[in-house]
Design a binder for this molecule. Structure first.
Ligand code: NAD
Length: 355
C-alpha cells in the first residue's frame, strides 16, 4: 500500500490505535545511524490514513536530513496523530501517545509540532521519558523559537555575504511573511542590525507588535511574495514557492524558517534559473531542534546550543559554494550532503559491529 519511493530509506513505520482515547497515530523512524530518531509530533485532521502516512514518511525523512546537516547526534523520525487539535486532543489521548512512544524503547524521541504545545508534551512525558522540548524541569530546553530565529538570522547573514558580498545587513530591505513566534524574534535581530522590515500576517495583533517594536511596514498578505526587497524570509507556511509565486518574486535571496517552502523539488531549479539564492529550509531553521537536542543529552548547555546555531552560517556557505561549483540547485545539494553524512554514519556503524 506504500509508494516505494516514499518509503525510501525508512527503518520502521508503526501504526497505533487506542480505542479508549480514540488515538490513531503513525510513528515513522527514518534513520537512526546518527542516534535515536528525533522529531515533532503533529496533530492534523488528515482526510485519510493514507494522507497521514504519506506525511509522516515525508516529515521523518526531512528530520533525518535536518538533524544530519545540523551535526546532531540524532536520527530522523516523526509522529502524526489523525485528529483535530482543538476538538480531538485529550489528556487520555496524549497519555496513550506517550505509551506508544514508550513501546519503541527510545528509537523515537518526540517533541512539539503543529497542533501540539508544550503543555501537551508535558502530559506525554508523564508516560514516557522519550520526549523533549519540555517547558520546565531539570535540563528542559524551553521555547525553541528564539533559537530557530537566531539560526535564520545567521543564515540570512550568510546568504547576504555570499550573494551580495556584504558583511552587514544595515540598510537592506527584508520581507518577512508571518510574524508569529519565530518571525517576531527574527524581526528583533534584523531591526537591531538596521534592516528595513516589510511584514505580513493574517493576525493584526502580530502585525501591530512588529510595527511598534521594530518599525516594520505592513504589506498585504497577497503582495508579500512579490514585494521588492533584498531578502524574502518565509516564516509562516510551507509550499509558498510554487508555479504561481516564483514568476513574481522580486528578491535576490530567500531565507526563512517555514518548513518545506518549495512546493516541489523542481522549484529549486526555477529559483536558480531566476538567479535567486535559496537557503534550504531544513538547514536554516534547525535552531529549534538544536535546542531540543541539547535537552536529549540530559545535560542542557546553552553555550553548546548557541555554538551549533551559529554554525548554520558556515553550513549554508558550504552549500552555496558547492551548488555554484556544480551548477545545481541548493536544495538538491543540501539533500545530497545530508545523504552523504548518513551514509558515512551507516558505514562507521557497520564497521563497529563487524569489529
Ligand atoms: P506561528 O504559528 O507562531 O507563526 C506563524 C505566523 O504566520 C502566524 O502569526 C500566522 O498568523 C502567520 N500566517 C499564517 N498564514 C499566513 C499567511 N497566509 N500570510 C502571512 N502570515 C500568515 O509559528 P512559528 O512557530 O513562528 O513557526 C513559523 C514557521 O517556522 C512554521 O512553518 C514552522 O513549521 C516553522 N518552524 C518553526 C520552528 C520553531 O521553533 N517554532 C522551528 C522550525 C520550523
Amino acid at each position: 500500500m506504500i509508494d516505494k519511493n516514499q518509503f525510501r530509506g525508512h527503518e520502521q513505520l508503526a501504526y497505533f490505535h487506542d480505542k479508549e482515547s480514540g488515538l490513531k497515530a503513525f510513528i515513522a523512524v527514518h534513520d537512526t545511524s546518527l542516534g535515536p530518531a528525533a522529531g515533532g509530533c503533529r496533530v492534523w485532521p488528515y482526510e485519510s490514513e493514507m494522507d497521514a502516512l504519506n506525511d509522516v514518511l515525508r516529515l521523518s525523512r526531512g528530520m533525518s536530513y535536518k538533524n544530519a546537516m545540523a551535526g546532531l547526534p540524532l536520527g530522523g523520525g516523526k509522529a502524526v496523530i489523525i485528529g483535530n487539535s482543538k476538538t480531538d486532543k485529550s489528556d487520555e489521548l496524549l497519555k496513550a501517545l506517550g505509551r506508544c512512544i514508550n513501546s519503541l524503547e527510545g528509537r523515537y524521541i518526540a517533541a512539539e509540532d503543529v497542533g501540539m504545545c508544550t503543555e501537551d508534551v508535558m502530559i506525554v512525558a508523564s508516560e514516557t521519558k522519550f520526549v523533549a522540548g519540555l517547558p520546565q524541569g531539570d535540563h528542559a530546553s524551553g521555547d525553541p523559537s528564539p533559537f530557530t530565529a537566531k539560526g535564520i538570522y545567521n543564515g540570512i547573514k550568510a546568504a547576504v555575504k555570499y550573494k551580495l558580498g556584504k558583511d552587514s545587513l544595515e540598510g537592506l530591505t527584508i520581507a518577512v511573511q508571518g510574524v508569529g513566534h519565530v518571525g517576531q524574534y527574527l524581526c528583533e535581530y534584523l531591526h537591531n542590525d538596521g534592516v528595513k522590515l516589510l511584514v505580513s500576517d493574517i493576525v493584526q495583533e502580530n502585525l501591530d507588535i512588529a510595527v511598534q517594536k521594530y518599525g516594520a511596514t505592513i504589506v498585504a498578505t497577497d503582495k508579500i511574495l512579490s514585494v521588492k526587497a533584498d531578502v524574502l524570509s518565509p516564516c509562516a507556511l510551507g509550499a509558498v514557492l510554487n508555479d504561481e509565486t516564483i514568476d513574481h518574486l522580486n528578491v535576490s535571496i530567500i531565507a526563512g524558517g517555514a518548513n518545506n517552502q518549495l512546493a516541489q523539488d523542481y522549484h529549486g531549479v526555477r529559483l536558480m534559473d531566476k538567479g535567486i539564492l535559496f537557503a534550504p529550509d531544513y538547514v536554516i531553521n534547525a535552531g529549534g531542534i538544536i535546542n531540543v537536542s541539547g535537552e536529549t543529552t540530559g545535560n542542557y548547555d546553552v553555550s553548546w546550543v548557541n555554538k551549533k546555531v551559529d554554525n548554520i552560517y558556515n553550513t549554508l556557505i558550504h552549500i552555496f559554494e558547492r551548488a555554484d561549483k556544480e551548477e545545481r540547485p541548493t536544495n538538491v545539494v543540501a539533500d545530497e550532503m545530508a545523504e552523504e553524512i548518513l551514509a558515512k554514519a551507516k558505514a562507521a556503524n557497520k564497521a563497529k559491529t563487524a569489529a
